[in-house]
Design a protein around this ligand. Structure first.
Ligand SMILES: [Zn+2]
Length: 300
């Protein structure tokens, strides 16, 4: 049984799940923020809105990871709504095979990377939106740019709630997945800190329980810093020979107890480790070169 909806503020409802969705309501007009991973999550959201006598007008997408827009296609088959998304993410939603393709270095992806959590059904995008004020269903809202976990990620402020999606993670989630997926680690850390400084009373993470912005930001920044430290130590231990990216991944997974024990998880963690190594190189903490046919990283 899915958990019941919870009203977080005058206009904002949490629809808890493995991936949190949010519904905004104003004068019986409704907006969905993220639709969960699949047809079922989309169907349930639409049913919940209709059972309350509301009319769904808009779906806002925070970022184009399959588990956040996998329900869009089913909703679009059943309702006449407009879909909003950030730039670049919009392109991934229109061509969702790009997510497994980028996880597989641009090659035609392994079938294990094309399951519903990594490849959603395509979704139309009617309007590309950027950070700034926005009016939806008669509500004056604000979009915030919180890039880093994804290439172009948006959060939404409604009433005194910040719908932060995967810009921050609950501490319970961080304990299970200490290597948080990252596209750009420096931006991800800045975005999490920005959440922590936000004036909102409550923030809703993409996964786990809502909490104060400060608590969610702290758990996220701590996890990023711990991962970066672990990478530095792993590189430092093998300073003479250097390490390939998969070797760094193997050793960091062991240090953080963040197993890369199946094909999808290995590729997600490989991308994240690559994001850390790239950030550390920019910061002058490591070097990279190809030697004997292998890409190797050295601590500086
Ligand atoms: Zn995500």
């Amino acid at each position: 049984m899915p958990a019941p909806w919870r009203q977080l503020s005058e206009h904002c409802w949490l629809v808890p799940g493995g991936v949190n969705a949010v519904v905004l309501e104003h004068g019986s007009r409704a907006v969905i923020v993220d639709s969960g991973p699949d047809r079922d999550s989309g169907k349930r959201l639409l049913r919940g809105i209709r059972e309350r006598g509301w009319h769904l007008e808009t779906i806002l997408t925070t970022h184009a990871h399959a588990d956040h827009f996998g329900g869009h296609a089913e909703i679009l088959r059943r309702a006449d709504v407009s879909v909003l998304a950030p730039p670049v993410e919009a392109e991934l939603m229109r061509a969702p095979v790009l997510e497994p393709i980028y996880l597989f270095h641009g090659a035609s992806p392994l079938e294990e990377l094309t399951g519903r959590f990594l490849q959603a059904e395509p979704s139309r995008v009617d309007r590309v939106v950027e950070a700034g004020p926005i009016e939806l269903v008669g509500l004056q809202l604000e979009l915030l740019a919180l890039d880093g976990h994804a290439h172009r990620q948006l959060a939404l402020r409604v009433d005194d709630v910040l719908v932060a999606a995967d810009a921050v993670f609950a501490s319970t989630v961080v304990r299970r997945h200490p290597l948080l997926f990252a596209h750009d680690v420096r931006a991800q850390r800045e975005s999490a800190k920005r959440v922590g400084e936000d004036r909102a009373r409550l923030a809703v993470p993409g996964h786990g329980e809502p909490d104060t912005p400060n608590e969610l930001a702290r758990a996220t920044v701590d996890a990023i810093d711990a991962a970066r430290q672990a990478l530095g130590e792993v590189l430092g231990r093998r300073a003479a020979r250097g390490l390939t990216t998969p070797e760094v991944l193997r050793d960091v997974s062991a240090t953080l107890s963040a197993p890369s024990d199946d094909i999808p998880r290995w590729h997600l963690n490989h991308t994240t480790v690559s994001a850390y190594l790239a950030a550390m190189r920019v910061a002058g903490e490591c070097d990279v070169r190809v030697e004997d046919g292998e890409l190797r990283w050295w601590a500086r």
